[in-house]
Write a protein that binds this ligand. Sequence first.
Ligand SMILES: NC(=O)C1=CN([C@@H]2O[C@H](COP(=O)(O)OP(=O)(O)OC[C@H]3O[C@@H](n4cnc5c(N)ncnc54)[C@H](OP(=O)(O)O)[C@@H]3O)[C@@H](O)[C@H]2O)C=CC1
Ligand SMILES: O=C(O)C1=N[C@H](C(=O)O)C[C@H](O)C1
Length: 246
Amino acid sequence: MSLRVAVIGAAGRMGQQVCRAVGEADDLELVGRFDAGDELGDLAGAEVAVDFTVPDATLGNVLHCVAQGVHAVVGTTGWTDESLNQVRAALAVQPGVGVIIAPNFAIGAVLTMRFAAQAARFYESVEVIELHHPDKVDAPSGTAIRTAQLIAAARQEAGTPTAPDATKSGLDGARGARVDGVPVHAVRLRGLVAHEEVLLGAVGETLTIRHDSFDRSSFMSGVLTGIRGVAGHPGLSVGLEEYLDL
Ligand SMILES: NC(=O)C1=CN([C@@H]2O[C@H](COP(=O)(O)OP(=O)(O)OC[C@H]3O[C@@H](n4cnc5c(N)ncnc54)[C@H](OP(=O)(O)O)[C@@H]3O)[C@@H](O)[C@H]2O)C=CC1
Ligand SMILES: O=C(O)C1=N[C@H](C(=O)O)C[C@H](O)C1
């Protein structure tokens, strides 16, 4: 028997790819497509809903899914500690329901975050650069924010000193945005899809960890892992790594 799946944001760049990937999977059945303005209702009887919408809408969509007892696989960005806690509170009264919120479903991006966190304590300096298509509405990317948070946490745990930076004057924004103290720079360029570089520097050497998604098909294997795994992971999981044996 196939797992019934609904897609929210189905007409979007990611939503269209997810609908295709679900439609092509023998063990999954696409039962509903929802877009802006649609009533989610009972999510067309889906057991799992996938959300690739916009930061302003995703929390409401996920809370609706949880209230309906529908598992949720979420790729939309814009999550904060506060909105994640609202999901945890909703899940507390719906035992058995699973939600996975992952800033990036591409395996290379998951590994980049992991490798960057491993490397971070060995280098004096670290900066993150994310590069995306110019139709992206948020900056920096959710992946870059999460990468910087993981780097900062690893450095704090290891007692790594703050990275050196003698900048005293200059133009606003020239040093990027700070995420937990880590500089994050966002590039928007026609021709790109989704790319990230973590630059690490020590005396006499640098290490660059780079991931490139050249096509949105790169996210589909991870999304399908989320869809197939979410019922077996009740509660909130943040990051695809929680489903992988890393
Ligand atoms: N985790 C991951 O691996 C990835 C995450 N993303 C993230 O996914 C999100 C979507 O990206 P992308 O597909 O490129 O964006 P798009 O703008 O192409 O798609 C978003 C879709 O959601 C629709 N939408 C807006 N509001 C609602 C709502 N309230 N209910 C239902 N649908 C709604 C939009 O409709 P309309 O245009 O009519 O407003 C649009 O069709 C972004 O946050 C992006 O950062 C992207 C790629 C990979
Ligand atoms: O909007 C995108 O395209 C992407 N969004 C996600 C993010 O903000 O990290 C994931 C990936 O970078 C593509």
